[in-house]
Write a protein that binds this ligand. Sequence first.
Ligand code: FAD
Ligand code: FES
Ligand code: FES
Length: 460
Amino acid sequence: MADRICFELNDQPVELSDVSPMVTLLDWLRETRGLRGTKEGCAEGDCGACTVVVERADGRHEAMNACIALLGQIDGQSLRTVEGLHGQDGGLHPVQRAMAESDATQCGFCTPGFVMTAYAFASGGEAADLEVIHDALAGNLCRCTGYRPIVAAMQRVAGLGAEPAVALPQRDRSAVYDDRFFAPRTLDDLLKLRLDHPDALLLAGGTDLGLLASRARKPPRSVIHVAHVPELSAIVEGKDEITIGAAVSYAHAMPVLIAAFPALRSYLARLGSRQIRTMGTIGGNLGTASPIGDMPPVLLALETRLKLASRRGTRELPLDDFFLDYRKTALAPDEVIQSLTMPRLWPGEHFFCDKVSKRRDQDISTVAGAYRVRIRNDRIENARLAFGGMAATPKRASRAEATLLKDGFAAAIAALPRDFQPIDDWRGTSAYRLQVAMNLLRRLEVRLADPQRPVEVEAL
Ligand SMILES: Cc1cc2nc3c(=O)[nH]c(=O)nc-3n(C[C@H](O)[C@H](O)[C@H](O)COP(=O)(O)OP(=O)(O)OC[C@H]3O[C@@H](n4cnc5c(N)ncnc54)[C@H](O)[C@@H]3O)c2cc1C
Ligand code: FES
Ligand code: FES
């Protein structure tokens, strides 16, 4: 018997057997369920009009974009849409009241998305801090109200808190929906599926793949959803190393990564939006292998090793050897990325990173740089300098690294053009990219002169 997609929607159980798992959650909500409060603006994860909230049993309430989520991904989740929001007396929820009383809406098209974002923010109990509010709002666009009253509404509901969701029973065996959406529950099942279905795409958070169903309207023929496999969903915090499962979401990984590498705080806050970070994973960022993905330079600089798994066994591969050419990686057709491991910083080691993009929020990098530098007795002993947006793959600046150890920063900066000949495109010319990378190395020199200086305020 075919498996049903089971989840909870606005406190009611839902079981689906007669619907394609490749339909987007947004289309299903609007067209099948008739819940039209959730809007379609951009259909590509950018505008937040389709924001719904996943409520977790551990108390986390996370905003996500319904437009790029496939229905099969929703199995086992508790979801809330704007129709399911209400106050304790059955009337308006406090966030709806705050939006109305702050005059935070005009045409109203974006408003349900803002309300759901505000609901996730308020439920998390975060402070009414402006920086936090701007971070929470970065995934929602309003073209007519202006953000000041929306921010005021957010300030009013900050710290509200919420009850954790009731834990839903989770499947104890792998599932398959409609013979094309495979949802393994064990690593063994995942690897067997990978071998038996070489044409099925691996799906983690879907923030890249989901665009096939939403923007392109050509959903993949079949997918293997890796999110429920325990080995890919775990975080292990060792004394010397941190291991992150490839299917761990950014939202889940961020506290651990930021505690170990504080410079990542402002960097990760600019990776997509909260909605994107609820769904997106680091494994997916590596799998996409974009030359302008944000995590590859960071992970290259941090000396990350990948664990790649297949039915043949597992192997460890330094990330240095993973990216072969434009969007081409060393992953064999029967392999998956299981996890990534990075050493913690030793005394005397420093880590910094920069993202330069046309827009501050919700934009892909023009150039990204990340640097791990070890200094002993006022001498640079080791340096790993990695960049995105400078070549067909994310790449270390090996000539600049060697020159830095020998001859210092000025010589290393002058050596950069021997490492990179970036392309011209609409994000930036080759000369611009090179100049930016050189400036970032100059900035690294300034930072290393006073590594304790806070890096949080730096916005490019
Ligand atoms: C609005 C928006 C904003 C974005 N902003 C940014 C940004 O600022 N910076 C940035 O870097 N990216 C950004 N992205 C891109 C995307 O969010 C990231 O690349 C994300 O990390 C992808 O992860 P995912 O889990 O969603 O991947 P998916 O879409 O599920 O998969 C992506 C690719 O990885 C492969 N894959 C997934 N898991 C594995 C695995 N375990 N082993 C091997 N291959 C695997 C898939 O087959 C697919 O080819 C943005 C996307 C959107 C829609
Ligand atoms: S419709 Fe714009 S983010 Fe989903
Ligand atoms: S109120 Fe019109 S788009 Fe926001």
